[in-house]
Design a protein around this ligand. Sequence first.
Ligand code: PLP
Ligand code: ZN
Length: 417
Amino acid sequence: MNVTGWRCATCSAELAVSTPMPFRCPDASADNPRHVLQIVHDDAPVKLADNDSIFVAADLQLAWAAYADAHGMSAGDRAALIGELNAAIEAIDGATFVATRFERSAVLSDELGMAAEGGVWVKDETGGVGGSQKARFLFSILLHLRAAERLGHLTERPPLAIASCGNAALAAATLAKAADWPIDVYVPTWMSDGFGDRLDALGARVHRSERRDHDPPGDPAMFRFRDAVAAGAVPFTVQGPENALCLDGGRTLGWEIGTQFPGEHIDRLFVQVGGGAFATAASQGLDAIHGAVPLYAVQAAGCAPLERAWNQSAGVDQVAKVWAEAMTVWDDPASLADGILDDETYDWVGVVEAMRRNGGVPVVASEAKIEEAHRLGRQAGYNVSPTGSAGLAGLLAMRDDIAASENVVVVLSGVTR
Ligand SMILES: Cc1ncc(COP(=O)(O)O)c(C=O)c1O
Ligand SMILES: [Zn+2]
């Protein structure tokens, strides 16, 4: 499979794969940000070379690499760039971009009453860079930026910017430090001091974002982030509409699961959904290797804008056409799973398209299931946060509809330190 370019889900604008900085659709504006560039590729199957780093193994199947190749950067130079950054990341974080663990959890399979021929399979992202899946999404952006520097398409270093108060901010600050690139992190006013200290230690500039009088509904940290981007900062974010390149690296998660699964057939994939980039990219990657695996996009009952949009867009052919009506801000999000309280599912188009493609549905988990999933995840030996076990909560909620012989995958993520 080779990446050939980008196409906007909303307005069908197309960009060649050789385009530098293909972050947002050229037609997106402050008034109408509801556009998202999607990766266009040929129909050939995914082929991964034998290499410890999935980013090296996938090479031209990643958009950043196809861009570099289009401008003459050799395979050796691309691998060297990955290697250099990997070494710097490992020195800071201890982890690096090698395949994370994937295994059948005997504890979870037994607790859920699964049969020997089926079971609960865990992709353990708590051991990933920054303790979550987020760094994968940001690494493809960073690789594109570094390649753009080498190719002379980026002649100075505008600051990186991200709005987040959790795993994405930690991953972003870690990668920025590894690349020695300045970063501004826009956080909500309620962020804990302890978390701020960790971002400080990584050298990030942290901005607490108050709601301003003229702000529309939505997250003030996102507004300040967008202001920074409008002033020239690089959107270093895990939200496809703000930077489509995040969806590029996110697919590595699905490719890894697809190649690590030892059996014949994965029956279902459960993914916790905040902004929705995770579910979009993981599902796309897994389906490319394994055929259509139904995606269950899990949100907490206290913040479920995706299910609302799924219902609102039912029967509409091109879902992005009803973006403004279907994806509306969720009032007063609340859950123990506080990392998935995005009041809008920014990547909802990708998640809905994935579920339509592979036969999945959104799942809304009660707070009791969110708590139970966290308890079970930890009991099974994973140092996971309530956010990172929320996909398992969706599996618990649907358990009665699932045969004991099925093989179901959950992604546990967001290490608790
Ligand atoms: C551990 C963990 N899982 C899942 C998510 C949700 O990912 P996304 O926002 O891409 O839907 C997050 C996001 O913050 C997270 O930190
Ligand atoms: Zn567009």
